[in-house]
Design a protein around this ligand. Structure first.
Ligand SMILES: Nc1ncnc2c1ncn2[C@@H]1O[C@H](COP(=O)(O)OP(=O)(O)OP(=O)(O)O)[C@@H](O)[C@H]1O
Ligand SMILES: [Mg+2]
Length: 279
């Protein structure tokens, strides 16, 4: 990729995560949420005292009943809540690769190059398949066709869509099936080579076959990206995630290995939720 300048912040080369010598315990932490409170409107906190470490190469699932703050937390991680004027982190810090992402020196646009997001409702642009995937690269000022071609092919392959669309890259992205459109959005997200991919219920609008394809994809993508996924589907959390965090009413009740959360959670609230007795 030609724009090396964009690597100046949040670059692994600049972080102690990959260069320091390595407490095994902390060496792989990519996202640190450190005692965070967040409110959309002053005085009404919808996240309270959230502390969690999210590790490289792992899929972390956020689960919990509707309204407990999962999407809010996800949007705090790429500063999408900045778009709401009254919204603010009122306590604590979120660090990505050791950088406090709310530091005034951090440019949110730059941050979002490193922290991509896939939404519940897939949202391709009304453009060709090719241009959808090339979008973020063009914004970065990359114009050379061979570079764009290579990135588009690589990203579509990563998203498991290349074979299905390679002969119709000039067709509209909106002409694809729902599951294909979601994979196109994943290709668009990974094209700019983010370090982190946030997914907010990426399969909830998809049929079971498309869901399986996306779940397999998530498992492959975690080799390259750190993934945080919100899901209401407990089976999906057990299938795709390494760690699971259970939220309730704005608080993180418990976070642990997924296998532990679903087999022997420490907290009764978690057990009630995952066993369907509540929520
Ligand atoms: N833009 C907003 N302005 C004000 N309050 C909001 C806004 N978005 C969400 N909230 C409130 O913040 C709380 C957490 O909402 P959030 O969307 O994060 O929940 P969630 O866990 O993602 O729920 P769901 O599972 O239904 O998607 C809720 O009380 C919600 O009403
Ligand atoms: Mg949500």
């Amino acid at each position: 990729m030609s724009d090396q300048e964009s690597e100046e912040t949040l670059s692994p080369e600049h972080s102690s995560v990959t260069t320091s010598a390595q407490q095994p315990d902390t060496a792989d932490i990519v996202i640190e949420v450190d005692d965070v409170n967040f409110s959309y409107v002053k005085g009404t906190e919808v996240l309270r005292d959230i502390t969690m470490d999210i590790r490289k190469g792992e899929v972390t699932a956020l689960i919990g009943p509707s309204g407990c703050g999962k999407s809010t937390l996800l949007r705090c991680i790429n500063r999408m809540n900045d778009l709401i004027p009254t919204a603010a982190i009122t306590k604590g810090e979120i660090r990505i690769l050791d950088t406090d992402i709310y530091d005034p020196k951090v440019d949110p646009i730059e941050l979002r190059k490193h922290v991509g997001m896939v939404f519940q409702k897939y949202n391709p642009f009304p453009q060709s398949i090719y241009e959808n995937v090339a979008f973020g690269l063009r914004i970065q000022g990359i114009k050379k066709k061979p570079i764009l071609d290579e990135a588009v092919e690589r990203s579509l392959k990563l998203a498991g869509l290349w074979e299905e669309v390679k002969d119709r890259l000039d067709s509209s992205g909106l002409g694809l099936s729902g599951g294909q459109q979601q994979r196109l959005c994943i290709a668009r997200t990974v094209a700019v080579e983010p370090k982190i991919v946030l997914m907010d219920e990426p399969c909830s609008a998809l049929d079971p076959i498309s869901t399986t394809i996306i779940e397999e994809l998530i498992t492959q993508l975690k080799e390259e990206f750190t993934i945080v996924i919100v899901t209401h589907n407990m089976q999906q959390a057990t299938r795709v995630s390494d760690k699971t965090a259970y939220f309730y009413l704005g608080e993180l009740i418990e976070m642990d290995e997924t296998i532990k959360i679903f087999n022997s959670p420490s907290r009764k609230e978690t057990e009630d939720y995952i066993s369907g007795r509540f929520g």
